[in-house]
Ligand binder design. Structure first.
Ligand SMILES: [Cu+2]
Length: 367
């Protein structure tokens, strides 16, 4: 109890001293004898603000223009141009607002640095200003978002019925590519069937899977024809990124996604356009997915429609691979899938995400 009393006395004493000190400062302020040492620090800060604006601003514009071509490769798809317009409209509007506000911020910090005898103007409230700076940004932002939403729904809407279908499955660390084969229908796949000879997990009890074929990480698509990319992931999050086609979409384990686009320039045309005979379109993984993420890419080849048909006709279905057949029989038994077709309509319904199967390209040679 004594200790508590002593502690309480000490605390109260501290409070009294604090109040006395504060009182002393207030008296000296009102009697006009109070002097506060500002020194040079305020002036140095004000100048550094200007230096930061000029040097930082110059460095920003330099790095932007220096890397612009890397970020902005030539467009090789139809919707890419709509995206580009959207991007530059947004960039212009927010760019103007950004530059204006930043210049004002730094210039005013310099202009209104501490000066002896200068008092700040006390400005309480102004309804007109509040209304103006709320309504104008609200209208501008809402129009940008509305235009962006319209463009995005158009771009990500259902693919045309005659789209060529390619399925890509991301896995650590490469892309598996599957085509629907002659029947233009992707067969059922099942993760429980994945093994060394069946890395896509083809379920060969589904007839549609029998003519499906995979390629060696190469994606062929025809020029001037809609292409629907169906996207899966086998392990972690990946992202399908094809910068020239302005395509990007996540590959999510357990949740198929998709993106459709129409390529407008063949690989050869792009090589000529860039003056680079070694150029190839690429599909890169754009989601950090592990140690070898940097190397996770596939080659995309845009062919003339005739070349594409010729290439397609040459591909052999994976079911022709006897290893795969033998291992399928074994795995499907041990995975408890029973005899053929046990996955049934339910699994097939899950597989088909409402996309209409593609029709053979030859049906549209008018393209
Ligand atoms: Cu990845």
């Amino acid at each position: 109890m004594t200790a508590l009393t002593i502690l309480l006395v000490l605390v109260l004493l501290l409070v009294v001293f604090g109040l006395l000190f504060r009182l002393q400062i207030l008296t000296s302020i009102f009697s006009g004898t109070y002097v506060r040492e500002i020194g040079m620090s305020n002036r140095i800060n004000a100048v550094l603000m200007l230096v930061f604006m000029v040097v930082g601003g110059a460095a920003f514009f330099w790095s932007f223009s220096e890397n612009f071509n890397k970020m902005n490769p030539p467009i090789a798809s139809i919707h890419g141009h709509a995206m580009e317009r959207m991007f530059w409209t947004t960039m212009t509007v927010i760019g103007i607002a950004f530059v204006l506000t930043q210049v004002i911020l730094f210039v005013y910090s310099y202009k209104y640095q501490h000066k002896e005898g200068r008092r700040a103007y006390f400005f309480a409230h102004n309804n007109t200003i509040e209304v103006v700076w709320t309504i104008i940004p609200a209208i501008v932002m809402a129009s940008l978002i509305f235009a962006g939403w319209k463009a995005w729904t158009r771009i990500t809407g259902p693919a045309p019925k005659d789209a060529v279908v390619v399925e890509v499955m991301g896995k650590q660390f490469n892309w598996l590519v599957r085509y629907p084969g002659r029947d233009m229908k992707l067969g059922v796949v099942n993760y429980r069937l994945i093994d060394a000879s069946n890395d896509f997990g083809f379920d060969l009890s589904d007839k549609a899977a029998l003519d499906d074929f995979t390629t060696n990480g190469e994606i062929h698509v025809p020029k001037g024809h809609p292409v629907l990319i169906k996207i899966r992931s086998r392990d972690v999050l990946h992202a399908v990124y094809m910068p020239h086609f302005r395509v990007q979409m996540y590959a999510v384990p357990g949740m198929p996604t998709r993106f459709w686009f129409t390529p407008t320039m063949t690989t050869d045309e792009m090589r000529a356009h860039l003056g680079n005979p070694k150029f190839d379109y690429e599909l890169a993984c754009n989601q950090i997915c592990g140690a070898s993420h940097f190397a996770m890419k596939a080659k995309v080849i845009v062919d003339e429609p005739d070349d594409y048909q010729a290439w397609y006709a040459k591909q052999k279905p994976n079911s022709a691979n006897t290893d795969m057949m033998a291992s399928y029989k074994e795995t499907s038994k041990s995975a408890g899938l029973g005899k053929g077709g046990s996955l049934g309509a339910k699994a097939a319904a899950i597989e088909e995400t409402g996309e209409t199967p593609a029709t053979p390209l030859s049906a549209q040679t008018a393209m």
